[in-house]
Ligand binder design. Structure first.
Ligand code: RET
Length: 251
């Protein structure tokens, strides 16, 4: 027999709510770029692309696309009778990883440009980030052999440390050259991102990895995190950009 763990009404509603929020943010961010000279719109462009991509990904997930099942065979306690085994298939939204594979490099680009990180370190951070997200995808699609799944998860966590190293540590060193106002903004955004991003692998471990929550709970937690990481992060960056530009600070 097979037991399915799938999205329920609440998860479905959350997906549509986040779709609407991402769409609205894309409009707001695009509008915010209008009174900024084209040469200084790079953060607006990057940040708007981030929410546009999330809008598409949430549309796909809410309308019933971008997911598959990851199945595990569960045995009775003593593994004695083969007919006592049953299969648990849990819905996995691979659409998230397509979203993250495109948007987390763009978020890194926002932070790298703000800190004035050189091209080589930005590129290394983005490649480490892509390895992190793809490892997460392989971890969530892998079935049965749990060692394989946690192996990919471990590779993803190591990659994440490289992202922190290149963006966080290197960035806080580089940003000093840009003056105290930019340094303050970068530090706040970097710490906010560090705390937020670190929550993702924890949620993955509990929900996708150990299956300790329902699919709905998982969707709702990721929804809150995604809204903080994209629209709230973006609003913070663009509003601060305007305030600094008004005082003639070049960021
Ligand atoms: C995975 C699992 C593998 C190990 C690690 C992960 C980290 C994911 C992160 C995601 C960040 C997403 C963001 C989305 C924006 O909306 C892939 C869960 C370390 C850090 C910021």
């Amino acid at each position: 027999p097979t037991r399915y763990e799938v999205t329920g009404a609440e998860g479905h509603r959350a997906l549509w709510v986040v779709f609407a929020l991402m769409l609205a943010s894309s409009g707001v961010f695009a509008a915010m770029s209008w009174n900024v000279p084209v040469s200084r719109r790079v953060y607006h462009v990057i940040t708007t692309l981030i929410t546009i991509i999330a809008t598409l990904s949430y549309f796909a997930m809410a309308s019933g696309h971008a997911s598959t099942f990851s199945c595990d065979t569960v045995w009775d306690q003593h593994k004695q009778a083969p007919d006592m085994s049953y299969e648990v298939c849990r819905q996995v939204f691979w659409g998230r990883y397509v979203d993250w594979a495109l948007t987390t490099p763009l978020l890194i680009l926002d932070l790298s440009l703000l800190a004035g990180i050189d091209g080589a370190h930005t590129l290394m951070a983005i490649v480490a980030d892509l390895i992190m997200i793809l490892s997460g995808l392989f971890a969530s699609l892998g079935d049965s052999g749990t060692a394989q799944r946690w192996g990919w998860y471990a590779i993803g966590c190591v990659s994440y440390l490289f992202v922190i190293w290149h963006v966080g540590l290197h960035g806080s060193r580089m940003v000093s050259a840009k003056g105290s106002a930019v340094k303050k903004l970068f530090s706040s955004l970097a710490i906010f991102s560090l705390l937020l991003w670190t929550t993702y692998p924890i949620v993955w471990g509990i929900a996708d990895g150990a299956h300790k929550t329902s699919v709905d709970t998982e969707i709702i937690i990721y929804s809150v995190l995604d809204v903080l990481a994209k629209p709230i992060f973006g609003l913070w960056l663009l509003v601060s950009h305007r305030a600094l530009a008004d005082t003639n600070i070049d960021i």
